[in-house]
Design a protein around this ligand. Sequence first.
Ligand code: ADP
Ligand code: MG
Length: 324
Amino acid sequence: VIKLETRNLTKKFSATEGVADISLQVYEHELLTLLGPSGCGKTTILRAIGGFNKIDSGKILLDGAEVQGLPPEKRPTGMVFQSYNLWPHMTIYENMAFGLKLRKTPKKEMDAQIAEMLALVKMSGSEKKYPTQLSGGQQQRVAIARALVLRPAVLLLDEPFSALDAKIRGQMREELKRIQREAGLTVIFVTHDQEEAMAISDRIAVMNQGAIEQLDSPTEIYDNPHSRFVAGFIGEMNFLDEGGAVLAVRPEDIALRSASGAGMARIESVMPLGHYTQIILVRADGARLKVFIPKEQALGYIPGQTADYSFTRFKQFGAAQASA
Ligand code: ADP
Ligand code: MG
């Protein structure tokens, strides 16, 4: 079931800035991530869907109905921003109650709904606190609860965890997946962090310069990137110029063998990284290759010596695409 759809959505700030012809479909109960470098247009799309940006052209459909003409409060979307989400002079209860009051929700019902949503994000009992009494992670939980208490059809999250430190961010990812599952949410999540996108997404739309380059499952994006940009943006990748084309090879897709005689490449460094070992090879033509092998296979490889290698899989891109 398609929950949300954009058709040729275009929003330009100048000739080169903004997004053009964005067409995407988000399925019910799906977590779809817009992933791309800073400035590629992720926030522009999210704000357009939420109604905070007037679009130049195109359509936005929610449950099949066009919403592009409606103001934010008339759209069945809820948005959580990167930071400054809660009003600092209001208690958590008042923050949560704000939108419900505008809807003239009876007090008793409001109390119950606020308690229910705070329980969902594991913040029960924090009603009387002020935002500054909570940690950054707790504040973002409340911000998500505040969006959810209005029962949005689609939850829009713009880099909600990027201000948090790495450990809390990891916990929040798992929390978000749990909340999504328990509440049956449809979520559009924005991040520039490819690891975060890989970890939480049902599908990822990889964006570059105002356009979507590939929309696929995380494994498909990783194993079968359609462009050099996608190949380089997700995970680690070696790029090798081979007579007019470019080979893209993952470090884990290079098999090593001890060389009999002079090997194909010199071993520059061997670095244990926990369960695998990183080996840097330098070929005679100067090209460097990063290789990941299981640590128990790394024992025979010593810096300064040579080794042979082969690619167990790779992708090839044409020269024109490679230079883009
Ligand atoms: P992202 O969220 O992926 O970092 P944005 O959607 O915020 O990117 O911005 C995309 C492009 O549009 C950038 O070049 C940015 O400078 C430009 N832009 C965004 N908002 C505005 C605005 N209100 N006025 C002018 N240019 C803007
Ligand atoms: Mg942004």
